[in-house]
Design a protein around this ligand. Structure first.
Ligand code: 13P
Length: 393
């Protein structure tokens, strides 16, 4: 316990929790207010481990490989190269990615779908062990996807809280040490106050449950690229969303030192008339984060959201040109996988070349994490945008 650098709620101050409950029931009453203490957070049995896991993922020059596509979404990836969506093909693709030699030099964590967490290579080595051998932390997508949010403006909410504690405990036993929950906010659809509140509350409940079960939660309210709005409008919505997310994270006594964030970058809508430069995107995104994210949070791991591979890398690089209060890095799916898929084409003879192309992208983003990337020599394929209107994950 002494190793941890955070102030914890100890036995002597545990009345704070009880006081807080009655405080909520009796607003303004003097008793509970007096027992309310500041600067303390809940001490869970996994707190030290959560801090270590988060720190290891947020280590210099490394970021996250997101390959947690649901079976349906993985099917879309495979269809793009003419492969059927079978378990064997999904395993072959994930094996290609997870057995890339030297991946751990640039990748600190890999988010898996449930099927992959329990899968092995064709030689019988668990994927989780392939990751551990490269010093990569295995992670797991725990949300159950998006469904329409009744009473909203055609918006959605994210399911998955039922049974989450027991699922998380099982995932921990299987080797997962961090989790991901992706919900979305749509600018063209509003966003309505209801949708933002629901997204923030769901993320906070998920984060508290994950921490209770030893998993570092990645908090991901994706603000979709869809729309023709300006970058200023994205900034306004992002500030609103993150302020609610942190409000509810605090309400749920989530340990900020043991979470990671996965924000969208602050950009104009995909259909906006003008494109923004990496420097502008970096300026707006960092302004938003500095206004909303406490420095206790160890890492900001961006999603790519349909940007091209090169765009996502250039934007990350621009954000790391000067020091930040947190580790600013990547957790890309599309922006790490596009060239790999195109190179592989499902053919065994292309496997080595495909793994090399994964290393090229991983290294480029590693350099961008350090603010040392240059786009010179990048392939045309890597410059192709991947935005899909109404994309589901
Ligand atoms: P993209 O980088 O493709 O936007 O991935 C988002 C995501 O949540 C993957 O875990």
């Amino acid at each position: 316990m002494a190793s941890s650098s955070i102030v914890k709620l100890n036995a002597a101050s545990s009345s704070w929790i009880a006081g807080r409950q009655s405080f909520n029931q009796r607003p303004g009453s003097a008793g509970p207010l007096r027992s309310r203490r500041v600067s303390v957070i809940r001490a869970g049995s996994y707190t030290d481990e959560l801090l270590k896991t988060a720190k290891s993922i947020a280590s210099p020059g490394r970021g996250i490989l997101a390959i947690d596509e649901s079976n349906a979404t993985c099917g879309k990836r495979l269809a793009s190269i003419g492969l059927d969506n079978t378990e064997t093909n999904r395993q072959a693709y994930r094996q290609l990615l997870l057995t890339t030699p030297g991946l751990g030099d640039y990748i600190s964590g890999a988010i898996l779908f449930e099927e992959t967490l329990y899968q092995s290579t064709t030689d019988g080595k668990k994927f989780v062990d392939c990751l551990r051998d490269e010093n990569i932390v295995p992670g797991i997508k725990v949300d159950k996807g998006l469904v329409p949010l009744p009473g909203s403006n055609n918006e959605s909410w994210c399911q998955g809280l039922d049974g989450l504690a027991s699922r998380s405990a099982e995932y921990y036993k299987q080797g997962a040490r961090f989790a991901k929950w992706r919900t979305v906010v749509s600018i063209p659809c509003g966003p309505s106050a209801l949708a933002v509140k629901e997204a923030a509350w769901g993320l906070a409940r998920y984060a508290a449950i994950s921490q209770d079960n030893g998993l570092v939660p990645i908090v991901e309210p994706e603000i979709l690229l869809d729309g023709d709005h300006s970058i200023e409008r994205t900034l306004e919505v992002a500030e609103r969303v993150w302020s609610e997310v942190f409000y509810y994270l605090a309400e749920n006594n989530v340990v900020f030192e043991g979470i990671l964030l996965k924000p969208s970058m602050v950009t104009p809508g995909a259909e906006h008339k003008e494109k923004a430069s990496p420097e502008t995107i970096a300026k707006y995104t960092l302004t938003m984060l500095k206004r909303r994210v406490p420095p206790a949070v160890p890492g900001i791991m961006f999603l790519s959201g349909g940007q091209s591979e090169v765009e996502a890398t250039l934007n990350l690089n621009a954000m790391n040109k000067s020091p930040n209060p947190w580790h600013v890095s990547f957790s890309y799916a599309r922006a790490l996988q596009n060239t790999v898929l195109k190179t592989w084409q499902g053919r065994p003879e292309n496997l080595e070349a495909a793994q090399k192309s994964l290393l090229v992208r991983a290294k480029a983003n590693s350099l961008a994490q350090l603010g040392k990337y240059s786009a010179e020599g990048e392939s045309e394929e890597a410059k192709k945008g991947m935005f899909v209107k109404g994309y589901t994950y």
